[in-house]
Design a protein around this ligand. Structure first.
Ligand code: HPA
Ligand code: ZN
Length: 335
């Protein structure tokens, strides 16, 4: 019988919750700091890794924004994207829908074009080299104002044919989705899809707002939705996928132990849960690690892992015919 690790490796995967800046490995961070003459408060890869102990989302975000300061040129964003896709390829990832944080760059004087052109070049090259198809989502930083989000939406107009949608990330508590109702409506009117982090640290009310005010096509995280049965019912009824990130939840103390992770409960409730890595370089694992460690902790079997993999293809905006091929490949692995 195939081991759990063999099954995880063999499953074709789609990753739907990945911040490209959160895939910046310490080695590349050091190399780019040197290439660009950026001073970091760390002298070695070991010192960087030792700093990755977080007791909540904000403690992570402070280090995450500091880390991305080494990204300066189109080449840097290209190298970052290629490094992630090479790693994803090793985990048998076939399709990715990744976030980037334009304001994390424009706020420190790096142009929107510099970031997006490097990422898009990397995604195109990744499709050529690894056969990984992709979409790009630009996230608004929720600790900044809605007016600033409108500025990004305006800056992004020349690239709208190459952007799948808008997202909402950064500090959740104190920054409810309703703060961004108008800019999400404007984005949707332009034909962009809507995604938002909700219920990672924030209460169920924030998830209701993601649905009612932002009209999201998919919900990122969603853990705290389980506190409200009516909300669960709504998510099931409308088949809203959740992009769940178990190792992220562990590192940011959203769960105290992987054994207590709600992924299995989500599946049992009929929620369309998917497995993702969020910020793999900071949280100790890529998507394959997230599948395997969660399966081991929760006692998930091949059928449940296959369900998660299938959910991700279903919830993706991949070409419909291409999806069929992966449904067949997943099915073949469990029959
Ligand atoms: N939550 C919110 N914002 C983020 C995250 C996250 O896990 N990663 C990068 N930005
Ligand atoms: Zn995230």
């Amino acid at each position: 019988m195939a081991s759990l690790a063999d099954i995880v490796q063999a499953l074709p995967k789609a990753e739907l919750h990945l911040h490209i800046e959160g895939s910046l490995e310490p080695e590349l961070m050091m190399a780019l700091a040197e290439r660009n003459g950026v001073k970091l408060p760390f002298n070695s890869v070991e010192e960087i890794k030792a700093a990755y102990e977080f007791s909540n989302l904000q403690e992570f975000l402070d280090i995450y924004y500091q880390g991305m300061s080494v990204l300066q040129t189109t080449q840097d964003f290209y190298d970052l994207t290629m490094a992630y896709l090479g790693r994803a390829h090793k985990d048998n990832v076939k399709h990715v829908e990744i976030f980037f944080d334009p304001q994390g760059h424009t706020e420190r004087g790096v142009e929107f074009a510099t970031a997006i052109d490097g990422i898009l070049d990397g995604l195109a090259e990744g499709e050529k080299q690894f056969g990984i198809t992709s979409h790009l989502i630009m996230s608004f930083l929720r600790h900044l104002s809605e007016e600033e989000a409108f500025t990004v939406l305006e800056q992004s107009k020349p690239w709208h044919d190459r952007i799948l949608g808008v997202g909402l990330d950064s500090s959740e508590l104190g920054h409810p989705p309703s703060k961004f109702t108008r800019v999400f409506a404007a984005a949707r009117a332009l034909g962009l899809k809507a995604f938002a982090h909700g219920g990672e640290e924030g209460p169920p009310e924030y998830v209701w707002e993601c649905l009612d005010q932002l009209q999201v096509d998919r919900l990122d995280h969603g853990n705290r939705a389980l506190e409200d049965p009516k909300l669960v019912e709504r998510l099931v009824e409308e088949n809203i996928a959740l992009t769940v990130c178990p190792l992220s939840n562990l590192k940011l103390c959203v769960v105290d132990n992987l054994h207590n992770h709600p992924l299995k409960k989500m599946l049992d409730l009929g929620l369309k849960a998917t497995i993702n890595s969020d910020d793999p370089s900071y949280f100790g694992g890529y998507v394959g690690d997230n599948y395997l460690l969660t399966a081991e902790a929760l006692g998930l079997g091949a059928a449940e892992l296959a369900r998660c993999a299938r959910n991700a293809f279903e919830a993706s905006f991949m070409d419909k015919d291409r999806k069929q091929q992966f449904y067949r490949d997943i099915e073949a692995l469990i029959t």
